[in-house]
Ligand binder design. Structure first.
Ligand code: AMP
Ligand code: ZN
Length: 110
């Protein structure tokens, strides 16, 4: 884990509040929510982006957790987003899955 990475600190319980955690992942509310439900699901181990991870068990877990958290919230559909790299719009360099719900989303995304 990186000492300076904010999402590593959150995953370690040193900052903010976790909504969920297991052996591989943690989830918490986005600081600047873009929908009534906006949760970030991250790996506990530091990984810069989706492009830096090949562990299929870990990647599968992140999606399974997003699905579980969505199901618990009884959403009428939801969106999962993984911004990756500069052109992908990623601003925090620790892989995170956005779970967005509670409103209708447009397509294509901006
Ligand atoms: P992205 O643009 O995909 O890298 O998304 C980064 C997300 O992290 C944004 O939605 C931010 O609002 C969110 N964020 C940044 N810092 C924090 C923090 N300390 N706690 C919770 N969410 C954060
Ligand atoms: Zn990190």
């Amino acid at each position: 884990m990186s000492a300076e990475c904010v999402f590593c600190k959150i995953a370690r319980g040193e900052m903010g509040e976790l909504l969920y955690e297991d052996d591989l992942s943690a989830a918490f509310a986005d600081l600047n929510p873009q929908a009534p439900v906006h949760i970030l699901v991250i790996p506990k181990v530091h990984a810069e982006s989706l492009a830096h991870v090949e562990d299929e068990k870990l990647l599968g877990r992140l999606l399974a957790v997003a699905n579980k958290l969505a199901r618990e919230r009884d959403l009428n559909g939801y969106r999962v987003v993984i911004n990756t790299g500069k052109d992908g719009g990623q601003t925090v360099p620790h892989l995170h899955v956005h779970l967005l719900g509670g409103r209708t989303f447009g397509w294509p995304p901006g």
